[in-house]
Design a protein around this ligand. Structure first.
Ligand SMILES: NC(=O)c1ccc[n+]([C@@H]2O[C@H](COP(=O)([O-])OP(=O)(O)OC[C@H]3O[C@@H](n4cnc5c(N)ncnc54)[C@H](OP(=O)(O)O)[C@@H]3O)[C@@H](O)[C@H]2O)c1
Length: 271
């Protein structure tokens, strides 16, 4: 699916594992076409045992043998990791970085040649193959590089393409969004317990309601306001609940939350 190209992961943590699982499940690559490196040997042994991929403790060996390189280490150590790859990265590789807040210009600036970098902001549900990822092309990235990145991240969920300056907004919405929704599910489940349901039943109903409502938005492509109107009968229960949510300022609170997270992402990026 990638024209015989191999994909190498630098940093074999949660995100890398989710992508490896997705790529294998979607049959986009065979295990022998996937390589990964990490500083933790036990992590590599686990990935080798579980997915039959090739693993290395030396990042350079992975890069040297891969045409597509996914940079999946924490942002704080990215600079040091890139310094160690100076001799093996050039313009023949497609680089895909998922590190929050690290720009394509920063990565490209580490290398003397015009390296091709695509930046991706995925979110945690990639681990259940339901991620929301935004991708942005760096200066020298080609249409093919973007297509490769799209294919990789479609294996673990949905993908949108944005300009790189929208990445802070993406971080504020979908990057941080799973935390907001977990809180909402927890609160709904508390509410179920308050009105007399058992915790197990309340949590299942709360989570499945969020999942089902999201699926309806995706599948019907209707405006969520219209879908809301469909479950809101005159003088009924839903409108009573919605009235209380509006009184509590849920809509404004969510808008403020996304805005604060976006500002925070911008600030962290500047640091
Ligand atoms: N998790 C999310 O929801 C999320 C969402 C969007 C973007 N991201 C981005 O995805 C990237 C990876 O996140 P993650 O959650 O997968 O992190 P993670 O689980 O900590 O994985 C990173 C792995 O890299 C290893 N590592 C440390 N130094 C290394 C080195 N010099 N060379 C090779 N590997 C090294 C780490 O080992 P140690 O643990 O021993 O340091 C760890 O196993 C981050 O940049 C993050 O910003 C994550």
């Amino acid at each position: 699916m990638f024209g015989g190209k191999k994909i190498g992961f630098i940093g074999a943590g949660n995100m890398a594992e989710a992508l490896i699982r997705g790529l294998l499940k979607a049959k986009l690559l065979n295990p022998e076409e996937i390589l990964a490196s990490d500083v933790r040997e036990e992590r590599l042994a686990y990935l080798q045992d579980t997915y039959a991929i090739k693993t290395f403790t030396d990042n350079c060996l992975v890069v040297a043998d891969s045409e597509i390189v996914v940079l999946a280490v924490k942002p704080q150590i990215m600079s040091k990791v890139l310094d160690g790859l100076i001799d093996v990265i050039d313009e023949s590789k497609t680089l895909i970085s998922i590190a929050a807040g690290i720009t394509t210009a920063f990565i490209a600036g580490k290398f003397p040649s015009q390296v091709r970098v695509v930046r991706v902001m995925p979110n945690l549900p990639v681990v259940v193959l339901e991620g929301a990822s935004a991708i942005a092309a760096g200066d020298h990235a080609t249409r093919d590089d973007l297509e490769i990145a799209k294919k990789v991240f479609r294996a673990v969920g949905r993908v949108v393409t944005v300009e790189e300056d929208a990445m802070d907004a993406v971080t504020g919405l979908s990057g941080s969004g799973p935390a907001y929704i977990f809180l909402i599910i927890e609160a709904l489940s508390d509410a179920g317990v308050k009105v007399g349901l058992s915790r197990d039943v309340a949590q299942l109903l709360a989570a499945q309601t969020v999942l089902g409502a999201a699926k309806m938005v995706m599948e019907t492509k209707e405006h969520p306001g219209r879908l809301k109107d469909m479950v809101t009968s005159p003088g009924g229960t839903a409108i009573a609940g919605l009235h209380t949510l509006e009184q509590g300022g849920l809509r404004t609170t969510l808008i403020n939350a996304v805005e604060s997270a976006t500002h925070r992402s911008k600030k962290l990026g500047q640091q």
